[in-house]
Design a protein around this ligand. Sequence first.
Ligand code: TPW
Ligand code: MG
Length: 545
Amino acid sequence: MPTLGHSLIAALKDHGAREIFGIPGDFVLPLCKVIEESGLLPFYTLSHEPAVGFAADAAARFRGSISVAVATWGAGAFNLVNPVAGAYAERSPVVVVSGAPGVHERASGWQLHHMSRAIDTQARIFREITCDQAVLDDPARAPADIARVLRSAIAYSLPVYIEVPRDLVGAETAAVAPLPRLPVDADALAECADEILARLAAAATPVLMVDVEVRRYGVEDKAARLARALGIPVVTTFMGRGLLSGHADVVRGTYMGAAGEAAITRLVEGSDGLLLLGVILSDTNFAVSERKIDMRRAMLAIDRAVRVGHHAYPAIPLDALLDALLARVTERPAAAAPAAPPPPASTLSLDDAVIAPSDVAAAINDLFAAHGPMPMAADMGDCLFTAMEIANTDLVAPGYYAGMGFGVPAGLGACVAAGGRPLILVGDGAFQMTGFELGNCRRYGWDPICLVFNNASWEMLRVFQPESAFNNLDDWRFAELAGPLGGDGVRVRTRRELAAALACAHATRGRFQLIEVMLPRGQTSDTLARFVAGFKAARERGAAG
Ligand code: TPW
Ligand code: MG
């Protein structure tokens, strides 16, 4: 019979995990030993648990599968609360695996180290931010619990929580048999698909909007095929930027209301048949609307449920919905790929002017035009809004939860799971939070290119509240940190230097490349300026109404 530890790791792999991120501690040392010695999945240790959570989240997002964050009990796992909360908000199936005091220790009468309040405090906290939980305190029940929890993570595309008492890691237990998929009511599915297609057919200007669940459930291709079959334009949300990047023939752009392209805003807000696939109805996606979208008339598939006008169809997963829709339409081949566009003249002026945030987007567009697109991880801050000005490419970012500190560790997750060398976009404030994690690149051979937008400022906050001096940050010389951390760093002040640094970073493999882009305080990307204006206007409208 296998041990509980081995069964758990094998089950993680069987359910799609391809790596484990973690930081050990005494309550999880026995499990970490099984991870290492079984060789079933690579084990990447980082420096601080928030980064473990962000990296696992990003790996899950890029691959469209579960990923794993391992921590010790209490002091370790509590550090995962924020990343897991963000993963919940943005529907990323991170499996939290926490060590715990042994079943026998719990009866000792001592207050156990790392304990905050009670033995079950941690499990109770994670119950709020995961969709299913298991405390594996009974080896006989553990395989069934593991199977249930991992099925939930996949079915709901949400984080789950597994706690392993350290004295049971070596207990004998059966292997984990994966459970069948949750059932779908075929009649409900058929009626739902028919109703959606009827409404789309009756609409004069139908539009398909896609958001992150389309990636989570691996249905980007199917969404593109549906749009092609019906001849419907596709837009992504702000949060969904980067989706369907391989289907340029159907994707028109990203909807950002007042902050975005006027033609896209008109298209979406004027549509009489808006089909929202996997769309989170968040303020970052919709509060900047110029004209409020009437969600009662829209068709929305999210959280394994579909709403069509006032009709509710529960228990309809997105992949089943797309299969049902596709089965009812006549598919068309993808439009012949448009003739290769001429290589764009450099959009960045190669001069000695100081760099503006939108120049960074132009420089990256030039790089992509010359060498092909790279997957990107962006942090919260103006770098994320600048990312909207970069050609559509695979992107992970906290576009809804909006937590800082995501970018660099997410970029490390991308090194493992994105299938290509990633580009990291991060502000100086966010880099202060988690930038040191770049020091883990050398031992794993990761070589992301990291652009730090250094304006010595919490600039995004300044836009909302310019009078506050606390938004001034000191000038940390980040580029000089790169060498000791195992990478190469360069500080650039002009557009010419920026383009040269990007070319050099792209040509250098095997070490992380840090480009510290010096930006004047008080300047934002064009997109952020429009976004903040739209947000403020919406807030004032709300206050007035
Ligand atoms: C974990 C609040 C949102 S944006 C921002 C803060 C502090 C400033 C970001 O500064 P940075 O980027 O990274 O230098 P930029 O372009 O604005 O200059 N704590 C967390 N998350 C959030 N979102 C905040 C605070 C915030
Ligand atoms: Mg800043």
